[in-house]
Design a binder for this molecule. Structure first.
Ligand SMILES: C[S@@+](CC[C@H](N)C(=O)[O-])C[C@H]1O[C@@H](n2cnc3c(N)ncnc32)[C@H](O)[C@@H]1O
Length: 221
């Protein structure tokens, strides 16, 4: 409950970087982490835009002894909450003690290029950014993935269509440009999509590989 209140407060204070009114459900967190959970061998995972830690908590329960997790969060308030309420959970004890979990406070753009990751799990609210920001962030994240690495993120079902219908003027043009860019990227990179109805609002968990893999989208756009 405290996390939900903290989240709503931050949304009111920073709607243009938080981009959601509620943290992700555990069902969405599970869907986002599926490719990582199915993987074998030592992995380096990056979570971007961790917020109050809805997905981080799940990662804590599935992180294997040989794996490492980097967490990026822009908001100092959320970063404090992650340090205080999430990284102190028993499931993180060993990994934190062994310095296999690191929290980076600030824009993810600042840490990009320092490491190569097997999995990037993102909570970034792409649909509220400009198309240039989306392009820049996705390009940077793509360069931070190892060959064959997976980028996972979520998108609220129908939000892009609804935004296009209710927005006006330059906001509408921005939303349309971002939507076109995302639709094109989904067609090129997405290899899996899960529908998560048990989330507020319902969402798609999308999984991309940035190099052509021969695999096709199993869920459609
Ligand atoms: C929609 S919330 C998602 C929170 C959480 N992952 C969840 O699923 O409940 C988006 C989060 O991304 C963070 N964020 C926005 N821009 C960012 C950036 N450039 N770098 C790192 N985090 C960012 C916001 O502060 C916010 O916590």
């Amino acid at each position: 409950m405290r996390q939900n209140i903290n989240f709503i407060r931050q949304f009111i204070a920073n709607p243009h970087s938080v981009g959601a009114v509620a943290p992700s459900s555990r069902h969405l967190a599970r869907a986002l982490c599926e490719p990582y959970v199915r993987s074998t061998g030592a992995c380096h995972v990056l979570e971007v835009g961790a917020g109050t830690g809805a997905v981080t908590r799940h990662l804590g329960t599935v992180l294997r002894a040989e794996d490492r997790l980097d967490i990026s969060e822009l908001s100092p308030v959320f970063a404090d909450a992650l340090r205080r309420d999430v990284l102190t959970m028993p499931c993180f004890a060993e990994a934190v003690a062994q310095r296999r979990v690191r929290l980076f406070e600030g824009p993810v753009q600042d840490i990009i290029g320092r490491q190569q990751y097997d999995f990037i799990v993102s909570g970034l609210p792409l649909t509220i950014f400009t198309v240039d920001q989306v392009r820049e962030i996705l390009d940077a994240l793509r360069r931070s993935l190892k060959p064959g690495g997976v980028f996972s993120y979520f998108e609220y079902i129908g939000l892009r269509r609804i935004s296009g219908a209710v927005m006006t003027g330059s906001e509408r043009r921005r939303a349309r440009d971002v939507s076109r860019f995302l639709t094109q990227s989904i067609a090129t990179y997405q290899f899996d999509r899960r529908t998560v109805l048990l989330n507020l609002p319902p969402a798609y968990a999308r999984h991309w590989r940035f190099e052509p893999s021969g695999e096709r989208d199993v869920g459609g756009a």
